[in-house]
Design a protein around this ligand. Structure first.
Ligand SMILES: [Zn+2]
Length: 232
């Protein structure tokens, strides 16, 4: 049973009337039968398989576990006229085996959900630490940056990298160059007409060249010792 030699149960096509060759009962259309060599169709009651329950495919873990726990197991096959071959419809397994498998899968899914939650919390915590460190670095390098701006820049940098497979090493290490890049991008969008130029249809490199001097000036001011008062 457990090494691939499942019993086979066939769904009859029901094109012709047939009877169980043991009890003589008519099988009817679409009956589930086993085939006994040299005899023919046998109904599930006669085959002692009528205590089994049907399990549809679709949940690999459930199927694997139900099969493992079931002493008797049968594959249900139906002839496909279109494909000209027997196709699996599901499994017949013992009810207790199915219940046990369902319980295991339920327990698992809860454990999996808890693990996902822990991982999400851990990521959020890492992100929070990263934002704080990044913001501190911005403040160190640009002490003249308007109050609160370092947080916005750090949050943006964090969002930018957190979705990627392992943040870029430079950004993670809070390398001065990576921080300057993040601050420059922020200045370009927040302190110059860069976005308006893009909206007007300028190429990125053209727009960048237009605002280059302005960005440099703002960075130089922010690198000075005194925080700027926020502009109204
Ligand atoms: Zn029978």
């Amino acid at each position: 049973m457990k090494n691939g030699s499942d019993l086979k149960v066939f769904v009859t096509t029901g094109e012709r009337e047939s009877t169980c060759c043991e009890c003589g009962e008519p099988l009817g259309r679409g009956a589930w039968i086993t085939l006994v060599e040299g005899k023919g169709a046998v109904c599930l009651a006669c085959a002692d398989l009528d205590h089994l329950v049907f399990l549809r495919p679709g949940d690999a873990a459930l199927t694997r576990r139900a099969r493992k726990h079931s002493t008797l197991c049968a594959v249900v096959l139906e002839w496909s006229r279109g494909r000209k071959r027997y196709e699996r419809q599901g499994l017949l397994v013992e009810e207790q085996a199915l219940q046990r498998a369902e319980a295991e899968c339920l327990a698992d899914s809860e454990a999996r959900a808890r693990r996902r939650e822990r991982e999400a919390q851990r990521r959020a915590e890492l992100d929070r630490q990263y934002v704080e460190q990044f913001a501190r670095r911005v403040r160190e390098l640009f002490p003249g940056c308007p109050p609160g701006r370092e947080k916005a820049i750090a949050e943006h940098a964090c969002r930018k990298y957190s979705g990627r497979v392992g943040r870029s090493a430079a950004a993670r290490s809070l390398d001065a160059e990576a921080v300057v890049l993040a601050v420059s991008a922020h200045v370009r969008h927040a302190e110059t007409g860069y976005d308006r130029l893009l909206a007007r249809g300028l190429e990125r490199w053209e727009a960048r060249r237009e605002v280059e001097t302005q960005v440099r000036e703002v960075l130089a001011r922010w690198a000075g010792a005194q925080p700027e008062s926020p502009q109204g």
